[in-house]
Design a protein around this ligand. Sequence first.
Ligand code: AP5
Ligand code: MG
Ligand code: ZN
Length: 209
Amino acid sequence: MMGGPGAGKGTQASRLARELGLPHVSTGDLFRANLSQGTELGEKARGYMNGGKLVPDDLVIDMLFDRVSSDDCAAGYLLDGFPRTEAQAESLAARLGDTAVTVINLEVPDEVIVERASGRMLCRGCNAIYHTTFNPPANSGVCDTCGGGLYQRDDDQAEVVRERLVAYHTQTAPVVAWYQARGVVCSVDGNQVPDDVFAACAACLQEAV
Ligand code: AP5
Ligand code: MG
Ligand code: ZN
Protein backbone atom coordinates (compact mmCIF):
# COMPACT_ATOMS: atom_id res chain seq x y z
CA MET A 1 0.00 0.00 0.00
CA MET A 2 1.65 3.18 -1.18
CA GLY A 3 0.65 6.84 -1.09
CA GLY A 4 1.63 10.14 0.49
CA PRO A 5 1.55 10.90 4.22
CA GLY A 6 -2.07 10.77 5.40
CA ALA A 7 -3.30 9.37 2.08
CA GLY A 8 -5.26 6.69 3.98
CA LYS A 9 -2.81 3.76 3.80
CA GLY A 10 -3.32 2.70 7.41
CA THR A 11 -7.10 3.15 7.29
CA GLN A 12 -7.43 0.97 4.19
CA ALA A 13 -4.65 -1.52 4.97
CA SER A 14 -6.05 -2.48 8.36
CA ARG A 15 -9.49 -3.16 6.83
CA LEU A 16 -8.09 -5.04 3.82
CA ALA A 17 -5.83 -7.13 6.04
CA ARG A 18 -8.77 -8.09 8.24
CA GLU A 19 -10.78 -9.02 5.18
CA LEU A 20 -7.93 -11.07 3.67
CA GLY A 21 -6.88 -12.65 6.96
CA LEU A 22 -3.31 -11.41 6.48
CA PRO A 23 -1.13 -9.42 8.89
CA HIS A 24 -1.02 -5.64 8.39
CA VAL A 25 2.65 -4.66 8.52
CA SER A 26 3.17 -0.89 8.84
CA THR A 27 6.76 0.31 9.18
CA GLY A 28 5.45 3.56 10.72
CA ASP A 29 3.55 1.57 13.39
CA LEU A 30 6.64 -0.61 14.02
CA PHE A 31 8.78 2.50 14.57
CA ARG A 32 6.16 4.06 16.87
CA ALA A 33 6.04 0.83 18.91
CA ASN A 34 9.85 1.00 19.24
CA LEU A 35 9.61 4.66 20.27
CA SER A 36 7.02 4.02 22.97
CA GLN A 37 9.01 1.05 24.29
CA GLY A 38 12.18 3.17 24.37
CA THR A 39 14.24 0.70 22.32
CA GLU A 40 17.61 1.56 20.77
CA LEU A 41 16.00 1.40 17.31
CA GLY A 42 13.27 3.80 18.45
CA GLU A 43 15.93 6.24 19.72
CA LYS A 44 17.76 6.06 16.40
CA ALA A 45 14.54 6.68 14.43
CA ARG A 46 13.07 9.46 16.60
CA GLY A 47 14.94 12.45 15.12
CA TYR A 48 14.18 11.44 11.54
CA MET A 49 10.50 10.83 12.24
CA ASN A 50 9.94 14.04 14.16
CA GLY A 51 11.70 15.98 11.40
CA GLY A 52 9.52 14.38 8.71
CA LYS A 53 12.56 12.65 7.13
CA LEU A 54 12.84 9.03 6.09
CA VAL A 55 14.68 6.74 8.50
CA PRO A 56 17.91 5.35 6.91
CA ASP A 57 17.35 2.32 4.69
CA ASP A 58 19.45 -0.18 6.66
CA LEU A 59 17.44 0.39 9.86
CA VAL A 60 14.08 0.12 8.03
CA ILE A 61 15.01 -2.96 6.02
CA ASP A 62 16.38 -4.88 9.03
CA MET A 63 13.29 -4.07 11.10
CA LEU A 64 10.88 -5.02 8.27
CA PHE A 65 12.61 -8.27 7.33
CA ASP A 66 12.70 -9.26 10.97
CA ARG A 67 8.93 -8.67 11.22
CA VAL A 68 7.98 -10.55 8.04
CA SER A 69 10.11 -13.54 9.10
CA SER A 70 7.48 -14.33 11.74
CA ASP A 71 5.26 -17.37 11.21
CA ASP A 72 2.12 -15.26 10.81
CA CYS A 73 3.58 -13.79 7.59
CA ALA A 74 4.28 -17.15 5.94
CA ALA A 75 1.13 -17.04 3.76
CA GLY A 76 1.61 -13.40 2.75
CA TYR A 77 1.27 -9.96 4.32
CA LEU A 78 0.02 -6.48 3.58
CA LEU A 79 2.77 -3.85 3.61
CA ASP A 80 1.87 -0.27 4.54
CA GLY A 81 4.52 2.39 4.06
CA PHE A 82 7.26 0.12 2.72
CA PRO A 83 9.18 0.37 0.40
CA ARG A 84 9.72 4.14 0.26
CA THR A 85 13.07 4.33 -1.52
CA GLU A 86 14.46 2.54 -4.52
CA ALA A 87 17.00 0.78 -2.29
CA GLN A 88 14.14 -0.60 -0.17
CA ALA A 89 12.27 -1.73 -3.30
CA GLU A 90 15.38 -3.48 -4.62
CA SER A 91 15.99 -5.31 -1.36
CA LEU A 92 12.34 -6.40 -1.13
CA ALA A 93 12.46 -7.66 -4.74
CA ALA A 94 15.63 -9.63 -3.95
CA ARG A 95 14.00 -11.17 -0.90
CA LEU A 96 10.72 -12.05 -2.65
CA GLY A 97 12.24 -13.46 -5.84
CA ASP A 98 9.39 -14.67 -8.07
CA THR A 99 6.65 -14.03 -5.50
CA ALA A 100 3.82 -11.93 -6.96
CA VAL A 101 3.47 -8.35 -5.71
CA THR A 102 0.54 -5.95 -6.12
CA VAL A 103 1.05 -2.26 -5.39
CA ILE A 104 -2.03 -0.21 -4.52
CA ASN A 105 -1.18 3.46 -4.97
CA LEU A 106 -3.53 5.85 -3.16
CA GLU A 107 -3.63 9.21 -4.93
CA VAL A 108 -4.61 12.20 -2.80
CA PRO A 109 -3.85 15.92 -3.46
CA ASP A 110 -1.35 17.57 -1.09
CA GLU A 111 -3.89 20.08 0.32
CA VAL A 112 -6.23 17.23 1.36
CA ILE A 113 -3.30 15.46 3.02
CA VAL A 114 -2.54 18.46 5.23
CA GLU A 115 -6.20 18.58 6.36
CA ARG A 116 -6.24 14.85 7.14
CA ALA A 117 -3.02 14.91 9.15
CA SER A 118 -4.06 17.95 11.19
CA GLY A 119 -7.19 16.19 12.50
CA ARG A 120 -5.86 12.65 12.91
CA MET A 121 -6.07 10.85 16.28
CA LEU A 122 -4.57 7.41 17.01
CA CYS A 123 -5.42 4.84 19.68
CA ARG A 124 -2.60 4.07 22.13
CA GLY A 125 -4.04 0.61 22.67
CA CYS A 126 -4.76 -0.79 19.19
CA ASN A 127 -3.45 1.81 16.67
CA ALA A 128 -7.00 2.45 15.35
CA ILE A 129 -7.12 5.63 13.26
CA TYR A 130 -9.65 8.45 13.75
CA HIS A 131 -10.16 11.98 12.47
CA THR A 132 -11.81 14.75 14.47
CA THR A 133 -14.04 15.66 11.47
CA PHE A 134 -13.93 12.79 8.94
CA ASN A 135 -14.01 9.80 11.30
CA PRO A 136 -14.69 10.88 14.90
CA PRO A 137 -14.92 8.32 17.74
CA ALA A 138 -18.33 7.94 19.43
CA ASN A 139 -16.88 9.40 22.66
CA SER A 140 -14.30 12.16 22.30
CA GLY A 141 -10.75 10.98 23.07
CA VAL A 142 -11.72 7.30 23.52
CA CYS A 143 -11.23 4.40 21.05
CA ASP A 144 -14.49 2.76 19.88
CA THR A 145 -12.80 -0.63 19.53
CA CYS A 146 -10.73 -1.07 22.70
CA GLY A 147 -11.54 1.91 24.95
CA GLY A 148 -7.92 3.11 24.78
CA GLY A 149 -6.95 6.78 24.93
CA LEU A 150 -6.44 8.70 21.68
CA TYR A 151 -3.39 10.87 20.93
CA GLN A 152 -2.03 13.08 18.16
CA ARG A 153 1.19 12.06 16.41
CA ASP A 154 4.19 14.36 16.98
CA ASP A 155 4.82 14.39 13.22
CA ASP A 156 1.30 15.63 12.37
CA GLN A 157 2.18 19.28 13.03
CA ALA A 158 1.78 21.31 9.82
CA GLU A 159 5.51 22.06 9.34
CA VAL A 160 6.47 18.39 9.75
CA VAL A 161 3.70 17.30 7.37
CA ARG A 162 5.22 19.63 4.76
CA GLU A 163 8.61 17.90 5.24
CA ARG A 164 6.95 14.48 4.91
CA LEU A 165 5.37 15.62 1.64
CA VAL A 166 8.80 16.68 0.35
CA ALA A 167 10.23 13.25 1.28
CA TYR A 168 7.29 11.59 -0.45
CA HIS A 169 7.62 13.54 -3.70
CA THR A 170 11.41 13.32 -3.93
CA GLN A 171 12.12 9.81 -2.59
CA THR A 172 8.94 7.71 -2.74
CA ALA A 173 7.14 8.87 -5.91
CA PRO A 174 10.08 7.46 -7.97
CA VAL A 175 9.44 4.07 -6.32
CA VAL A 176 5.86 4.12 -7.65
CA ALA A 177 7.34 4.74 -11.11
CA TRP A 178 9.79 1.87 -10.48
CA TYR A 179 6.82 -0.48 -9.88
CA GLN A 180 4.84 1.01 -12.77
CA ALA A 181 7.68 0.04 -15.08
CA ARG A 182 7.16 -3.54 -13.81
CA GLY A 183 3.39 -3.39 -14.49
CA VAL A 184 2.20 -4.11 -10.95
CA VAL A 185 0.64 -0.80 -9.89
CA CYS A 186 -3.11 -0.33 -9.41
CA SER A 187 -3.89 3.37 -8.87
CA VAL A 188 -6.81 4.34 -6.64
CA ASP A 189 -8.41 7.75 -6.14
CA GLY A 190 -7.92 8.16 -2.39
CA ASN A 191 -9.92 11.38 -2.30
CA GLN A 192 -13.32 9.70 -1.89
CA VAL A 193 -15.23 8.49 1.17
CA PRO A 194 -13.40 5.58 2.88
CA ASP A 195 -15.94 2.93 1.76
CA ASP A 196 -15.46 3.89 -1.89
CA VAL A 197 -11.68 3.87 -1.51
CA PHE A 198 -11.97 0.45 0.09
CA ALA A 199 -14.08 -0.93 -2.79
CA ALA A 200 -11.52 0.33 -5.31
CA CYS A 201 -8.63 -1.25 -3.34
CA ALA A 202 -10.50 -4.56 -3.10
CA ALA A 203 -11.07 -4.46 -6.88
CA CYS A 204 -7.30 -4.03 -7.41
CA LEU A 205 -6.63 -7.21 -5.45
CA GLN A 206 -9.41 -9.07 -7.23
CA GLU A 207 -7.80 -8.28 -10.58
CA ALA A 208 -4.42 -9.36 -9.27
CA VAL A 209 -5.62 -12.85 -8.26
P1 AP5 B 1 4.03 6.44 8.58
O1 AP5 B 1 3.44 6.20 9.89
O2 AP5 B 1 3.94 5.40 7.55
O3 AP5 B 1 3.50 7.81 8.00
P2 AP5 B 1 3.04 8.30 6.56
O4 AP5 B 1 3.53 7.58 5.39
O5 AP5 B 1 3.34 9.74 6.60
O6 AP5 B 1 1.56 7.95 6.50
P3 AP5 B 1 0.53 8.16 7.61
O7 AP5 B 1 0.54 7.02 8.55
O8 AP5 B 1 0.72 9.53 8.17
O9 AP5 B 1 -0.83 8.21 6.78
P4 AP5 B 1 -1.71 7.06 6.19
O10 AP5 B 1 -1.54 7.05 4.72
O11 AP5 B 1 -1.52 5.78 6.93
O12 AP5 B 1 -3.16 7.67 6.48
P5 AP5 B 1 -4.25 7.30 7.60
O13 AP5 B 1 -4.98 6.09 7.21
O14 AP5 B 1 -3.66 7.37 8.95
O15 AP5 B 1 5.58 6.78 8.77
C1 AP5 B 1 5.96 7.71 9.78
C2 AP5 B 1 7.44 7.97 9.71
O16 AP5 B 1 8.16 6.73 9.94
C3 AP5 B 1 7.97 8.47 8.36
O17 AP5 B 1 7.85 9.86 8.22
C4 AP5 B 1 9.43 8.01 8.44
O18 AP5 B 1 10.18 8.86 9.27
C5 AP5 B 1 9.31 6.65 9.12
N1 AP5 B 1 9.15 5.57 8.14
C6 AP5 B 1 8.08 4.72 8.02
N2 AP5 B 1 8.26 3.85 7.01
C7 AP5 B 1 9.46 4.16 6.46
C8 AP5 B 1 10.20 3.63 5.38
N3 AP5 B 1 9.74 2.60 4.63
N4 AP5 B 1 11.41 4.19 5.08
C9 AP5 B 1 11.91 5.20 5.82
N5 AP5 B 1 11.25 5.76 6.86
C10 AP5 B 1 10.03 5.24 7.19
O19 AP5 B 1 -5.27 8.54 7.39
C11 AP5 B 1 -4.89 9.87 7.72
C12 AP5 B 1 -6.10 10.62 8.31
O20 AP5 B 1 -7.08 10.80 7.30
C13 AP5 B 1 -6.80 9.89 9.45
O21 AP5 B 1 -7.23 10.83 10.40
C14 AP5 B 1 -7.99 9.19 8.78
O22 AP5 B 1 -9.09 9.03 9.66
C15 AP5 B 1 -8.32 10.17 7.67
N6 AP5 B 1 -8.81 9.51 6.44
C16 AP5 B 1 -8.33 8.35 5.89
N7 AP5 B 1 -9.00 8.06 4.75
C17 AP5 B 1 -9.90 9.07 4.58
C18 AP5 B 1 -10.88 9.35 3.57
N8 AP5 B 1 -11.06 8.52 2.52
N9 AP5 B 1 -11.62 10.46 3.70
C19 AP5 B 1 -11.45 11.31 4.78
N10 AP5 B 1 -10.54 11.10 5.76
C20 AP5 B 1 -9.77 9.99 5.66
MG1 MG C 1 -0.20 5.17 8.44
ZN1 ZN D 1 -8.11 1.10 20.32
